[in-house]
Design a protein. Structure first.
Length: 301
């Protein structure tokens, strides 16, 4: 009798599906945070495997800064139409208009940090007790400290000392009223794993992950997509360059990399040869050594 042996992608997939089903079983009002990036797209694909032919036991939630890449928003809307699931959008502009946050000014202004308030507002409005996200431990040192079930207090804040042990893949979702849990089903995946899985499963992703020509400027030594959201001035001289994005966030904080990788095979080879982490292209992580950890303590995902 032949015995089928799971390869490493099968094992990662099985773990992620198990975690998604644990969320559905342990929480009353979960949500899946969707950014339009490759990791959250992978989560949607895993959710389809976990719950089809039924509907997802949670809506998708997108925090829209208003400064997103248009390709990301278009992809998000096409995906929602295809899968037929509920989408909740929280707008940073609403928080600005309500006076809850103050928009940054100056050449390097960004709305990225303002997302936290909008996210916490959406969680409170819909009383979500668990929020699923695509963060991975290999992304950044603060991410590496997270458990798969990461408890947040009633203010949405992350406290490293309150992290719970997760021995033998047992996840403790017990929380007090007002608290919530951030859940990371692909926490143990690497960037390379995600791309290999996308290739194996033939998952559609936004075209800006592949090499393309685009108007760019150089800011802080990084290639940035030319955009009015960057508060460009006479020093910012746009030029055409062949680039791609390894990570997708707000236009104002997401740098590109010069690249000729226009196929999945080429992207996977490029990542294997890269000496820089994917978060190395995120300007918001370069503010300080503890930038990500400080944002997480304030309620950031």
């Amino acid at each position: 009798m032949s015995v089928y042996k799971l390869d490493y992608l099968d094992q990662l997939e099985a773990e992620a599906i198990h975690i998604l089903r644990e969320v559905a079983g342990q929480f009353e009002r979960p949500a899946l945070l969707f950014s339009g990036g490759k990791d959250s797209i992978t989560l949607v694909h895993l959710a389809e495997k976990a719950f089809r032919p039924g509907r997802f036991p949670f809506p998708l939630v997108h925090v829209d800064t208003g400064h997103n890449f248009p390709e990301t928003i278009q992809f998000r809307d096409e995906l929602i139409e295809r899968i037929g699931e509920r989408l909740i959008v929280g707008y940073v502009q609403d928080a600005i208009d309500a006076g809850k946050v103050e928009e940054q000014t100056g050449k390097n202004a960004s709305r990225n940090a303002l997302q936290t308030v909008t996210l916490l507002d959406v969680i409170a409005e819909h009383q979500f007790d668990a929020c699923i996200g695509g963060a991975r431990r290999d992304e950044e040192k603060a991410r590496a400290k997270e458990r798969i079930f990461s408890v947040r207090n009633e203010f949405g804040q992350w406290e490293p000392k309150r992290q719970r042990p997760e021995l033998w893949n047992i996840y403790n979702g017990r929380i007090r009223k007002g608290e919530n849990v951030r859940v990371f089903p692909i926490s143990n995946w690497t960037e390379q794993d995600v791309w290999n899985y996308i290739q194996r499963e033939q998952i559609a992703i936004p075209e800006i992950y592949f090499a393309h020509e685009r108007e760019c400027i150089v800011r802080g030594g990084k290639l940035m997509a030319a955009s009015p959201f960057l508060n460009m001035d006479a020093e910012d001289v746009p030029f055409r360059a062949k680039i791609r994005f390894r990570t997708i966030g707000d236009i104002t904080c997401t740098a590109a990399v010069a690249s000729d990788a226009d196929t999945l095979d080429a992207v996977i080879r490029e990542i294997g040869d890269s000496k820089i982490s994917e978060r190395g292209a995120r300007m918001d992580d370069l503010v300080s050594e503890s930038a990500m950890e400080e944002r997480k303590k304030n309620g950031y995902f």
